[in-house]
Design a binder for this molecule. Sequence first.
Ligand code: MN
Length: 483
Amino acid sequence: MRDGEQTPGVALTLEKKLLIARALDEMRVSVIEAGSAITSSGERESIKAVANAGLDAEICSYCRIVKTDVDRALDCDVDSIHLVAPVSDLHIRTKIKKDRDTVRYIAAEVTEYAKDHGLIVELSGEDATRADPDFLKAIYSDGIDAGADRLCFCDTVGLLVPEKTTEIFRDLTSSLKAPISIHCHNDFGLATANTVTALAAGAKQAHVTINGLGERAGNASLEEVVMCLEWLYKYDTGIRHEQIYRTSRLVSRLTGIPVSSNKALVGGNVFTHEAGIHVHGLLADKETYEPMSPEYIGRLRQIVLGKHAGRSSITLALKEMGLEADEAQTEEIFNRVKQMGDQGKHITDSDLQTIALTVLAIHKEPLVKLEEFTIVSGNRVTPTASIKLNVKDKEIVQAGIGNGPVDAVINAIRGAVSSCAEDVVLEEYHVDAVTGGTDALVEVRVKLSKDGKSITASGARTDIIMASVEAVMNGLNRLIWEE
Ligand code: MN
């Protein structure tokens, strides 16, 4: 919650921090770095609230090697501090404008100060990857002498590679008498690999963020590191992995940072299969195209139809829904699915069901057919619709106005069919975007009545007006049929 919050554009309020902290605690995360106490009074209020929320996790504040930082952390009632000392010459000279010996001395001094005030101290070497290894070990061992409980190796700008990680961690863990953490950044996409490698070479703790949030390319992500260990290395992390997905969603929602659809484990498409060859494989055995069961991280498998869908997968999907379609109907459903697929949309089960039900209703040889319609709408015109219908093989042209384009076109339809279906009343009108986004499939459900008899009907299109027209036409046809 500290490095993750350093994602550009992310600032968490107290309420949001508490929600995330509770989710992390429920998931059994051992240490929660709740923020950096020196930042602001608002940040201190948030950290304090997290520290006093009665969580099982150790609550930690980030601190620079400055006593005031430690004082502010103490104000927040935290259990521990992540005490960060710059260790590369680049950081020492340009960032804090000091020299190696001074940094080494201050780091030990502040560690001792924090220990004297009852804090657990994790002494971190910032930009350790680019530091002189001997100096790094010197600052760590002085820290241990000053009472540091843990150490941390920060690959601050993501320059580690797995081979080097192994070398470094074998050396550090064999020569230093305190547990060492690994803190990786994902600038070259190696954060998870380096983190897992460090753990295999003796690191005792890993710094991670949900969804890999963090500055630039982000930090090592909790979900990837945990699932690599759990699934690939068969190591029990103690993390309640079935809560991973919902925590990922929570953090995405609260930070406003979307998770890319192909993000490992938590991306939108990771357990989604587009009907076609893969689905046939999946139906035979789920393992054919799935590395792990989605339920393990609290997800569900989703099969969608898109532009790769075949007629057979549509027939199969319809059968699973308990729907039977003849050849012509299947063809029409197939065409609509393909059309949506070509527009880049995935078609979910409910989309397919909506399409299928609509098509199945339409194919009852309608008495009233739509030939064409035109709508004019805008902020300075009265919404006006003109419509051409084929009613019992007779062409009828009608215009209508309304308080909006949908109202106008429905009025035009009512006018056009008044000869065969008088006094039709639109009693209810509902719109649902079945899938998200402005290019979503829209489902319109209507309730029409005539002479006290009412029926419901629906239409599904990506165009809201088309969907409305379709719903009303379906309803009208059913009313006329029943009459
Ligand atoms: Mn970092």
